[in-house]
Design a protein around this ligand. Structure first.
Ligand SMILES: [Mn+2]
Length: 327
């Protein structure tokens, strides 16, 4: 690392490789060209890859998501003007690499993700920003967040509820993590919500069941009807002051903005709406986040990768702006 010119913040946090001296299209393949975890002596936020997609119900390929998001993150710059923050300034952010997850055994994979995330948190004290991978990975990540913070308010940005019961009798899939999380008591059932829900459901019972599991659904068309500010207000009112886990399924975006995903649905958010929504969350006690379901084989011109990289960057900005102490 000493051979690469890096920005170093006043706090001592080691930042990205200096893009004015090493071109962005070269150099390390870490997220935002940040240092690797083994190159820093402290870590406040770890960017963790989980290349795993054995839980998908339709198009596979999200196992290649972490690498694609990292590649598309090369153009990120150190200052976030909309939030007036340096995401790599006071907090040390580092790339923790990828977990080695068994693609042939779903139960073992979930156990590996849980143990890997737990070990990383215990070893470093870092908050995790995880790059998936399919949405199955949210369940073990929520288990680890719950161990540290108790029941968390989940802000779930997705086209789909992901609170279905089983597929082909299987309880652990990318369409079921939030039902399992609710059953396991990981969620604050008074403060969790979905944003971006749309598309056909299996039955008229899906939404009442989802409500029983502790979620408020905010449908995609509410952004059009009520506007972004009103949706932000509803989200903030729902989350209250609970510790928040933000889970972003990139299919919350319209396929025009994120074609590279496994279960696309028409009528989704623009990337500007999604980033605007995230920017409304300034100051929340965010305790973990993920960006999942990026499947580069269906992407075009890095549209989805760029959107996901910017979402991850905005999440890092929000983590930089969270209160000092949180539960
Ligand atoms: Mn999902």
């Amino acid at each position: 690392v000493s051979e690469l010119p890096r920005t170093v913040a006043a706090s001592g946090a080691v930042g990205p490789v200096d893009a004015t001296r090493v071109p962005r299209f070269g150099g390390p393949a870490t997220f935002a060209r940040l240092p690797r975890l083994d190159e820093v002596d402290r870590c406040d936020v770890a960017v963790l890859g989980v290349p795993f997609d054995s839980g998908v119900s339709y198009r596979p390929g999200a196992r290649f998501g972490p690498g694609h998001i990292r590649t598309a993150s090369r153009l990120l710059r150190p200052y976030h003007p909309a939030l007036d923050v340096l995401p790599f300034g006071d907090q040390q952010v580092a790339d923790a690499g990828d977990l080695a997850v068994n693609p042939f055994d779903l139960d073992e994979a979930i156990a590996t993700i849980e143990q890997g995330a737990r070990d990383l948190v215990r070893r470093t004290g870092a908050t995790l920003l995880t790059l998936g991978g399919d949405h199955t990975i949210a369940l073990p990540l929520l288990r680890v967040a719950h161990e540290r913070h108790g029941p968390v308010a989940v802000l779930h940005l997705d086209a789909h509820l992901d609170t279905w019961d089983t597929y082909f009798g299987a309880p652990y899939t990318h369409g079921t993590p939030f039902r399992r999380a609710s059953e396991e008591g990981l969620l604050d059932r008074t403060a969790s919500c979905h944003v971006g829900i749309r598309g056909p459901l299996y039955s008229a019972d899906d939404l009442p069941q989802d409500a029983d599991l502790g979620f408020l659904p905010i449908h995609a068309d509410e952004l059009e009807r009520s506007g972004l500010d009103a949706v932000v207000d509803r989200v903030l009112a729902r989350l209250g002051d609970a510790p928040v886990y933000v889970s972003v399924d990139i299919d919350v975006l319209d396929p025009a903005h994120a074609p590279g995903t496994g279960t696309p649905e028409a009528g989704g958010l623009t990337s500007r709406e999604l980033l605007g929504l995230l920017r409304g969350l300034r100051g929340l006690p965010i305790v973990g986040a993920d960006v999942v379901e990026v499947a580069p084989a269906y992407d075009h011109a890095e549209l989805t990768g760029i959107a996901a990289a910017h979402v991850a960057y905005d999440l890092l900005a929000l983590l930089a702006l969270r209160p000092e102490e949180h539960p």
